[in-house]
Design a protein around this ligand. Sequence first.
Ligand code: G3P
Length: 217
Amino acid sequence: MKFFIDTANIEEIREINSWGVLSGVTTNPTLIAKSGGVFEDVIKEITEIVDGDISAEVISTDLDGMLKEARELAKISKNIVIKIPMIEEGLKAVSILSKEGIRTNVTLVFSLSQAVLAANAGATFVSPFMGRLDDIGMSGIQLVEEISKVFKNYNYESKIIAASIRHITHVELVAKSGADIATIPYKIFKEMVKHNLTDSGLKKFLEDFKSVKTKEK
Ligand code: G3P
């Protein structure tokens, strides 16, 4: 399973990228607004940090607007993936962009039907939102598992990005589901590294080594 980071914060991206674990970055209009930067500049800077798939979202909801934004964003770098909302005009845009060789990530996916429609339109990635489904009393992981199964059954090429991840258990369930990618917030990456037994074990090793004789350097 590959990891993307779900943020537009440059420092967070730099830090997690330095671990050598990132295959991409996903942003959305909310995350870009939080970053406080100029949209195109933030996206360009991200492409210069992470050598992977960088999702930038359109804000138009009509076909012509989406296509215009997508084509402009795609010029920033070959690594750009255009995030398109799961609406009727969005499907049309995905279909046209895929024929132009522009990669897409269909976002705000909340059902298996939506995921299959996006795959048939030619989406490179589909992004089911786990946390937001859990929030309304449904199961985010159940949706990810269902999409995973159906995409395998029919050999769809679209990759699944499990998004709206809220805790480590989500990440681990996604890994077991067979989904391709989890896009993870910075805070959860930091939690994933930690284990009390790692910390106490390291402390003991370092204490015990104080009594060991070593060669002078
Ligand atoms: O980037 C899309 C998705 O990951 C958003 O997550 O936490 O706002 O539901 P969240």
